[in-house]
Design a protein around this ligand. Sequence first.
Ligand SMILES: Cc1ncc(COP(=O)(O)O)c(C=O)c1O
Length: 392
Amino acid sequence: MRKEDIFSAYKDYIMPTYSKTPLIFVKGKGSRLWDIHHRCYLDFFPGWGVGNLGHCHPKIMAAARDQISKLIFVPNNYYQIPQAKLAREIIYWSYPGKVFFCNSGAEANEAAIKFSRKFGRGRYEIIVFVNSFHGRTLATLAATGQEKYREGFAPLPEGFKIVSFNDLQAVKDAITDKTVAIMLELIQGEGGVNVAERDFVQGLRKLCDEMNLLLIVDEVQTGIGRTGKLFCYQHYGITPDIMTLAKAIAGGFPLGVMVVRKEFADILGPGMHASTFGGGPVICKVALAVFKTIQQEKLLTHCQRMGEYLFKHLNILRKKYAMIKDVRGMGLMAGIELDREAKTIVQKCFDKGLLINCTHDRVLRLMPALNITKQEIDKAIEILDEVLRDST
Ligand SMILES: Cc1ncc(COP(=O)(O)O)c(C=O)c1O
């Protein structure tokens, strides 16, 4: 297919729900992507948070090939081996509990919302936060504290109270006899890479314990090693009641997971919730390879080291350029807040072969693969430095 035909097929046959960059990618390896003209790009935002192991990791490819040659799919009314192993693996690395498998972050959060309502027996209100992002289904949109995503889709399901992030008093003030849960991202990704404060999170945990509320932690973007621990909550000295996972968990294959603490994990019984594709054998086999690779390649330690290296250099840029207002994040999840719209900076980085993202209008977002190298970070910083210099 010629480039022009690809663009016109998109224009003619695919709904225009994404603002797109005119790049057509054909091949990926590690932190490199090649476009249709064989031009190589350094990918510092692989798969919108999906590519924690980079593109086409050999162990991911081997796991997928192996399972595809044996059994591609069986529905969830039967048993299969990879799903059993993956559930055990997730619980081993998180906390005693049980999992529900689905296909995306929004579905995992939707499951958490449904679960909370069953748990609540009449209590249904969930407290969520300004600048949060929990997905695009109607209920997860209702839980998303950013008006721009909700506009035009009213009426959204009731039962969500949006309060200020990192403000424990605001949460306390919002609790009523109908409140059943508090739901948050420990680092708000789409909302501008806003990091939850430790005291705030510990305060939420205490509040939930005292008031019999569920603490739901959305780790769709922060999970699977992104912040230097397998799950971000492990930085905070707390355990959630429910954790949701998706994005990086299956190395680029679609998988969402809700992890519920053991004490009440059996509240959803047969027939109360389901997903046809959720946790199919190929995807679970690949997700197992993701967990194994993170351990075998010591990627959590590597992520911590590379994160320190990246933030050191980002802070040097911050001192150099007045347009940088803040540098924040954790591990290899970095936000660089500018005093202006970040879109043109992103475009100029693309032109120089560096793929990054901007979110919340003014925040550049870098989330490279966990196996990124120092040399690749140096290259990205060099490009960013040039672009910021040219934009001053
Ligand atoms: C924190 C968080 N939750 C949920 C979602 C929704 O995930 P999905 O697009 O897989 O439905 C996202 C997507 O960016 C996210 O960042």
